[in-house]
Design a protein around this ligand. Sequence first.
Ligand code: ZN
Length: 126
Amino acid sequence: MTKITRCSRCAASSIVPSISPPAGMHRIYGDKFGPLIPAYRYHRPEDGGHSIVFHCPFCNRLHWHGLPPTDSGLIHPRVSHCFDVKSPLWGAEYRLVVVGDVASPDSVPRYSANDIDSLNLTMREG
Ligand SMILES: [Zn+2]
């Protein structure tokens, strides 16, 4: 998508790219604390430990993070596990918000980029 602008000095029109940040990140990407991402606690039957997991709308994969047994907090800053270079989460940090538990990796709810954006805007305005 492009938009036509006029040069203020010569009044000539020029076409410049209209840069649209990725959906879901247009206001929160670049936040020094990283975006809030809804995530789920998963009890690992194999070793009794816990993980935090969320479905990433940018690369369409589950991202798994450890959850120490002594950590009962709701918000967990983590270095992104998104390795899709086109994802706004690539090379970023995010804050995982534990919003529930899942019994299996197959039952992790999916949030869209816009859902994540709405969450962050709501939390920022609140
Ligand atoms: Zn991802």
